[in-house]
Write a protein that binds this ligand. Structure first.
Ligand code: FE2
Ligand code: FE2
Length: 143
C-alpha cells in the first residue's frame, strides 16, 4: 500500500537536491506540474485538460533543459555534449508522446507521467548531480 502511494505521487524531496538553487527550484516546479497532472487524472478530468497539462509539463521540461544547457556552457562543463544528448533523448520521446496523444493513438495515463518522471528522477540523481559536483569542485579550486 505504502509502495503504490509512493509510486503514484510526484513529490520533490531533499534527496533530489543537487545544491544549485536555480536547478533545484526548477526541478521542484517539474515535480509540482507532474503532481498537478496526476491529481487531474484522479479527479477524472477529460482528455483536453490532460493534453494541456502534458503540454505544460513538456514545455517546462524544455525550458529547464535549456537553462541547464546554458549553465553548462557558461561554466565550460566537460560533460556538456553527453548531458545535452540525454536532454535531446527525452525531448524527442516527449514530443512523440504528445503527437501520439493528440492523434488519439496514446491515452494519457498515470503510466505516461510515470515514464517521464522516472526518466527525470534518474537523470537528476546521476547527470544533474554531476554538474553540481563539478561546480563545487571548481569553486573550491578558486579559493
Ligand atoms: Fe535537470
Ligand atoms: Fe539535465
Amino acid at each position: 500500500m505504502a509502495d503504490s502511494f509512493v509510486m503514484t505521487t510526484f513529490q520533490w524531496t531533499a534527496d533530489y537536491a543537487v545544491g544549485v538553487r536555480q536547478i533545484d527550484e526548477e526541478h521542484q516546479r517539474l515535480f509540482a506540474l507532474a503532481e498537478e497532472m496526476h491529481r487531474a487524472m484522479l479527479e477524472g478530468e477529460g482528455k483536453a485538460i490532460l493534453q494541456a497539462l502534458l503540454a505544460g509539463l513538456v514545455a517546462y521540461t524544455s525550458y529547464h533543459f535549456a537553462h541547464e544547457e546554458q549553465l553548462m556552457e557558461r561554466i565550460g562543463y566537460p560533460g556538456y555534449r553527453e548531458h545535452r544528448a540525454q536532454h535531446e533523448d527525452l525531448r524527442s520521446k516527449a514530443r512523440e508522446m504528445q503527437d501520439r496523444a493528440s492523434s488519439g493513438e496514446l491515452t494519457i495515463t498515470v503510466e505516461v507521467i510515470q515514464f517521464l518522471m522516472e526518466w527525470v528522477r534518474k537523470h537528476i540523481a546521476s547527470s544533474d548531480c554531476r554538474i553540481a559536483t563539478h561546480i563545487k569542485k571548481s569553486r573550491r579550486s578558486l579559493v
